[in-house]
Design a protein around this ligand. Structure first.
Ligand code: ATP
Ligand code: MG
Length: 588
């Protein structure tokens, strides 16, 4: 047990001006963290206790799933990353470090980087240490600090530059084994979130820079989340918007026959979809082809969408470029022959087709059939453009952003959208990293094969804040039992009375023996201040001992999540408290 007067819980009446969302305000006000700089936080004692609780539950569930804990350095030789498959894409978000400022090293390549995640460290380790099928599968995890140079750190621990993550890496001999490891981890995640009292839904996710074949994110539904989840609760479909698809294009849709010869027409000053929709042209957006130009690994490529659709940029990841970005107008003109606003991909109109890495069309343009597109000549468009006959396509793909109301790919029911906080992520990686680092094993026929990997992350510090975002009211935090910094607060209104403090200690001992962690509020403060702080921090169970009640042989028991106060005779209090603690653990 701890005495509040001897501990350190700096609560605040006001929240700092830069705290925009409830959980960020409460983190600061309840004395859990303090800001050092943008995206950098000190965990004060209460915040640290929650971090340790979450880490411990996480550790228990991962060990139950067969994962093995280790700890890797935070400082990585840059070479490890340069040898890996994603140096070009990941270097942007990595902090660099050098051992000496003596100017002997050039400024361009760092000597070390601070680890944003650890595939580039674990894979060479496993390559060196594991060589036989007999030693597989293995799944290693650690819980530690990660560093990412987020451009816009915000919302406190939600998007920080230094944060705590559980990261795990599985190595299997076969693809089926890797899928088993993936499902075991998915189940461990579900158990973790359930135990700490957080609703987190597994949704299909984009594999992004990590590469790999499939992936789920765990999302806490919340308005303040950075991600859109596209879902339908009846069919069970749920996916991050970056990945979500719909059944907009019927599987049996026939290709539209040509509607006439391609015809150029003047469109002076028309450079937007909307301008072409307006009079005198009156071409509805869903009759237009939208032509976008990107640069992938240094080479321009074209993406064609319906005029009424938006590009979902993350989906371009499926094209296999390591890095990609929108092309500039200066890059576009020499290749296509016109400025943005008059672009198209009709065969014969592209000035330098050999310079292109490809022309990729979203499936939904098939709904247009014959449409209008830019002529690759400033101020001109083409009509009667037929997809099959006229467009210089490399291939079709899924590149558009799904909209709510479109038919669910599973059942055809209308899709919905809601915001979510990504608290965890699992990937089936395949052999991308083991190929690159030579992590192979020998089978029983003395044949070598690359290990099949999975990687897994839970944002422990982000989860801490998501717990608060999900559990609070106007007065403060409402901790789920298993996540609370202390489960029980014994609030002593007259701490100068020795019998009050004696009773407080006896009850604290009873609660501890039943398995709770206990804080005694022995501060010489007014009851109003004590109750406000208790509600602000949100200890799940509060016992209140007052001088007046003691004379009557009564004390009060109150659950933070409930309104009513339960009066308990002092003589029964220890047994009642112990029973309450046991019941709370049973429900947690
Ligand atoms: P995001 O899309 O939010 O930037 P991510 O997809 O880049 O996250 P992962 O690489 O999947 O993150 O990392 C695993 C987990 O680590 C995430 O699910 C999230 O909970 C947590 N996490 C990632 N970046 C941060 C950050 N900047 N601050 C706090 N937690 C983070
Ligand atoms: Mg992620």
């Amino acid at each position: 047990m701890k005495l509040w007067s001897q501990y350190f819980i700096p609560t605040l009446k006001e929240s700092p001006a830069d705290a925009e969302i409830p959980s960020h305000k409460l983190l600061i006000r309840a004395g859990l963290v303090r800001k050092l700089g943008g995206g950098l936080y000190t965990y004060l004692p209460l915040g640290l206790r929650v971090m340790q609780r979450l880490s411990q539950v996480c550790r228990e569930e991962l060990e139950r799933a067969g994962a093995i804990e280790l700890a890797m350095p935070h400082l990585h030789p840059a070479e490890n990353w340069q040898q890996g498959p994603r140096w070009a894409a990941a270097r942007e978000i990595m902090f660099r470090a050098d051992s000496a400022g003596d100017g002997r090293r050039g400024p361009r390549e760092p000597e070390y980087v601070l680890g944003p995640t650890h595939e580039e460290v674990i894979t060479p380790l496993v390559r060196a240490e594991i060589t036989s099928y007999r030693d597989l599968p293995k799944n290693f995890f650690q819980i530690g600090t990660k560093f990412r140079n987020e451009i816009r750190p915000r919302f406190g621990l939600m998007r920080a530059r230094e944060f705590v993550m559980m990261d795990a890496y599985s190595f299997d001999a076969t693809d089926e084994g890797a899928i088993r490891s993936y499902h075991a981890m998915k189940a461990a995640y579900e158990a973790f979130f359930r135990r700490i009292g957080v609703t987190a839904i597994a949704v299909e996710a984009d594999t992004g820079v990590m590469g790999g074949s499939f992936s789920h994110e765990f999302m806490v539904p919340a308005e303040v989340g950075d991600d859109d989840v596209i879902y339908n609760e009846e069919s069970g479909y749920a996916a991050n918007r970056e990945k979500a698809t719909s059944a907009l294009v019927p599987a049996d849709l026939a290709d539209a026959p040509p509607a006439g010869a391609v015809e150029e027409f003047p469109t002076p000053g028309v450079v937007t979809i909307a301008a072409l929709e307006a009079a005198p042209y009156a071409v509805p957006a869903d009759r237009q082809f939208k032509t976008l130009v990107y640069v992938g690994d240094g080479k321009p490529f074209v993406v064609i969408l319906r005029g009424c659709d938006e590009l979902e940029e993350a989906k371009l990841g499926s094209l296999g470029f390591t890095v990609f970005r929108p092309a500039t107008a200066e890059e576009i003109e020499p290749v296509l022959g016109a400025k943005p606003g008059s672009l198209g991909a009709v065969r014969g109109t592209i000035r330098n087709p050999d310079a292109l890495a490809g022309v990729f069309a979203d499936h939904a343009i098939r709904l247009v059939g014959n449409g209008v597109t830019g002529a690759n000549r400033d101020g001109f468009h083409l009509r009667h453009v037929n997809i099959g006959r006229d467009l210089a396509l490399t291939r079709f793909g899924d590149f558009r952003r799904v909209r709510p109301g479109e038919p669910d790919p599973k059942s055809g029911a209308p899709l919905k959208v809601r915001r979510g906080i990504e608290v965890g992520h699992i990937f089936k990686l395949g052999t991308k990293y083991s190929d690159k680092f030579g992590a192979v094993y020998t089978d029983d026929q003395k044949q070598n094969h690359p290990m099949v990997m999975g990687c897994y992350g839970i944002g422990i510090s982000r989860t801490l804040q998501a717990v608060i975002e999900q559990g609070h009211d106007a007065d403060g935090i409402i901790w789920p039992w298993a996540a609370a910094p202390f489960q029980v607060l014994v609030c002593v209104l007259d701490p100068q009375l020795p019998e009050a403090m004696d009773l407080a200690r006896a009850l604290a001992t009873a609660a501890e023996q039943a398995g709770a962690e206990v804080l005694i509020d022995d501060r010489a403060e007014r009851p109003g201040v004590k109750f406000k702080d208790a509600d602000l921090i949100g200890f799940p169970l509060r016992l209140t001992i007052g001088g007046r009640g003691l004379k009557e042989g009564i004390l009060e028991l109150k659950w933070r999540a409930q309104k009513d106060i339960i009066k308990v005779p002092v003589a029964e209090a220890a047994a009642r408290v112990a029973a309450a603690v046991k019941e709370a653990w049973a429900k947690a």
